[in-house]
Design a protein around this ligand. Structure first.
Ligand SMILES: C[S@@+](CC[C@H](N)C(=O)[O-])C[C@H]1O[C@@H](n2cnc3c(N)ncnc32)[C@H](O)[C@@H]1O
Length: 214
């Protein structure tokens, strides 16, 4: 089974807003996004959430790192991507190996119940494409789903937000400024680090957040 480039591209053309990317994440971006899921057979059980798995480029890195005691939840709203992911779990050996410990939730992240937090969250959501309200709601949901010491990793394309802000006017400029404020406030409440991933289309920053007490 392919990594789903054709499905991804067709959803990009049909509905740019929610895929929000021209291509699935590269292997290097997937590795950076999943770096807080080290493969370890001895670690305590981990609850792992992937948000917006799309065709499963990052999921493929996650399933390889999953220990027998871990569980993986995928939340994806796009019908065709959900169907494609179900096919991968049914047919691809590395996905099949963890099928019993993986759950695909066909819904928006914002509708996930927040009473069962996740140790690690990896998000592929294209925040820079959304309204300020949507970004605030998504960030608030992610924070609620993360316990103290929990890790959140997500990406954005390098400098694209600043470039869009610099060339836009009016409502679009206010939207970009609002997203920047929301992200800065979230970074300030967490331990925050950033990786630069050049081999990706386009190159990306991966933000890594760790929730701190208080
Ligand atoms: C940029 S793509 C990332 C796909 C994949 N993770 C990758 O890196 O190749 C964003 C994905 O997020 C999904 N998505 C967008 N908004 C969402 C939401 N509110 N809840 C869950 N999934 C969402 C889209 O359908 C799409 O699959």
């Amino acid at each position: 089974m392919s990594s789903g480039y054709g499905v991804f591209l067709s959803e990009f053309w049909n509905n740019f807003h929610t895929p929000g990317a021209i291509a699935p994440s590269s292997r290097w971006l997937a590795d950076a996004l999943t770096k807080h899921v080290p493969s370890s057979k001895e670690a305590a059980p981990r609850r792992i959430l992937e948000v917006g798995p799309g065709t499963g480029a990052v999921t493929a890195a996650l399933v390889r790192r999953l220990a027998p005691q871990d569980s993986l939840t995928l939340v994806e709203l796009n019908d065709r991507f959900v169907e494609h992911l179900r096919g991968r779990f049914a047919r691809e050996p590395e996905f099949q190996a963890v099928h019993a410990r993986a759950e695909i939730v066909h819904d928006r992240l914002e509708n996930l119940p927040v009473n069962q937090p996740f140790d690690v969250i990896v998000s592929g959501l294209p925040l820079n494409n959304f309204s300020v309200d949507a970004v605030q709601q998504i960030l608030a949901t992610l924070e609620r789903l993360l316990p103290v010491g929990g890790r959140l990793s997500f990406f954005e394309y390098i400098a694209v937000r600043a470039a869009r802000g610099a060339v836009s006017l009016g409502a679009e400029r206010r939207r970009i400024t609002g997203i920047t404020r929301a992200l800065r406030a979230t970074f300030a409440r967490h331990d925050h680090g950033r990786d630069w991933i050049w081999p990706n289309l386009p190159p990306a920053w991966v933000h890594h957040l760790c929730k701190v007490a208080g």
